[in-house]
Design a protein around this ligand. Sequence first.
Ligand code: UDP
Ligand code: MG
Length: 316
Amino acid sequence: MELISIIIPTYNEEDNIQLIYESVKWEFDRLAYHFEMIFIDDASTDNTLQQIKQLVSKSTNVRYISFSRNFGKESAMLAGLQHVQGEAVIIMDADLQHPPSLIPDLVKGWEDGYDQVIARRNRSGEKPIRKFLSSAYYRIINKVVDVKLEDGVGDFRLLSRRAVHAVLSLDEGARFSKGLFSWIGMAQKIVDYENVPRKNGKTKWSLLKLLNYGLDGVVSFNNRPLRICFYTGALILLLSIIYSIIIFVQILLNGIKVPGYFTIITAVLILGGIQLLSLGVIGEYIGRIYYETKKRPQYLIQETNIRNGENYERNR
Ligand code: UDP
Ligand code: MG
């Protein structure tokens, strides 16, 4: 029997650990595969790690890595991918928002030869404002980035060994997995599911965090935002030249009449705004270069029950 690995990033999920393990186990009892579950504890401040250890003492197929501090879900997923052994890997959230009942469908897709079987949720039961913002975001981002990002598609998916290799070969520091998964391509299949509310605990996403994540998505994949700044600048320059010529001609014909407060103030404000925005965009890229050149590790392991887990060779 082949092995399938389940990666679960956890941050303050004490009430979900047992639950997610049981539900996944229930599914695998009905499948012709072994599974291992690997928890990446992102330095939880509650009893998550104790819960995981308790599970480890009872089950032989549970492994864990705990981080030295909170490094974020992206780093947790990376650590998971670097340490799993399965022929196929499934990434899931701990809060049961990624229904384990979908596992058979994901596995089926993999058996049919797909390298990525992607779970896609609808947004039923979500706040209208969040629905609106996300759909607007995806409409804009797909115009800006090269990879295709889809609404409702997140990290919940099955990756074949080949796909895991491909993802791990992307050595960048600031990781935006949604985009990386899309970037590697390969044979992909989508499986739809109904959105479900989180089981226990609360979400770790504030509006600000979401905005930052969204910005990461835009800047991680190409330099089109820089282009946009360039073209906006060029357009404004052109308009200004035309406008100056018009005024100049008017002055020649009629002499100077109007003081022009409105013109000056709008020109100053709009230009100032665009300049700041452009500087911000440039700054984003420079900031990224700064972080990438430091080549710091993506995470530090505090504790693990994986043998040689500390020798995370791929984690530069
Ligand atoms: N998570 C993590 N590190 C963090 C924040 C979240 O590992 O810093 C995990 C969390 O435990 C959960 C998953 O990432 O398993 C998704 O988080 P959450 O449910 O808060 O996000 P949402 O479903 O609201 O988008
Ligand atoms: Mg959740």
